[in-house]
Design a protein around this ligand. Structure first.
Ligand code: HEC
Length: 186
């Protein structure tokens, strides 16, 4: 009985200390004040293992279609590059200012399966700055980004820059085609 009393009062004391710590705002949430190592370890392992667990059953579609890859590049360029940079690019102030820092997706794509890349891009990661694009984009659109990431993981800076030109050409062809359709309609 005495031991139970000691355990309960210790837990109560810890709870009260925690409430005081939180209420006084003593934990420094500044991105310039890194988390203690053990907390960072808990946060990063929690998100890694959660993504592994929830993405395990996702079936991967074919990701080799070149139109899909070009569309994926366009979306990567618009939605991801500000935070994750790209081959040969200098990190933006947004990327440098986020804590935890957004990882290099060339490296991530080398060690992660496409299902996990898809799950993270779709769902995001709470309280890290990584948005969930499932709120605004269809699965098909998100898979196109994954198809591009699978290519990007082995790209040189020159090849990445060339993707921009390829995409601009594809956009031109698209615009000409829809222009012709509109002419026919008139
Ligand atoms: C506003 C900034 C921001 C944007 C925009 C963003 N991300 Fe992230 N992303 C992050 C941060 C921060 C992390 C690290 C989260 C963590 O440490 O748990 C991250 C992590 C990831 C990871 C996990 C990688 C790993 O090695 O664990 C993937 C995959 C990812 N992002 C994909 C994307 C894709 C694809 C896009 C665009 C469709 C995107 N992100 C857009 C900030 C961003």
């Amino acid at each position: 009985m005495k031991t139970v009393g000691i355990v309960v009062s210790t837990l109560l004391a810890e709870l009260i200390l925690m409430i005081i710590f939180v209420s006084l705002g003593l934990y420094n949430v500044s991105t310039m004040s890194p988390d203690p190592g053990f907390l960072r370890w808990i946060f990063s392992h929690t998100s890694d293992n959660s993504a592994k667990h929830y993405s395990a059953g996702i079936a991967i579609p074919s990701l080799t279609d070149s139109t899909m890859i070009i569309k994926g590049y366009q979306r990567y360029h618009e939605l991801c590059q500000t935070c994750h940079s790209g081959p040969g690019l200098t990190p933006t102030p947004v990327e440098r200012g986020l804590y935890p820092h957004p990882p290099d997706l060339m490296r991530s794509a080398k060690h992660m399966g496409a299902n996990r890349l898809f799950w993270v891009a779709k769902n995001g990661i709470k309280s890290t700055g990584m948005p969930g694009f499932g709120w605004t984009h269809s699965d098909k659109q998100i898979w196109s980004i994954v198809a591009f990431l699978e290519k990007m993981k082995n790209m040189t800076p020159q090849e990445y820059a060339a993707m921009g030109q390829l995409q601009a050409k594809a956009k031109n062809v698209d615009m000409k085609m829809s222009g012709r359709k509109n002419e026919r309609r008139r």
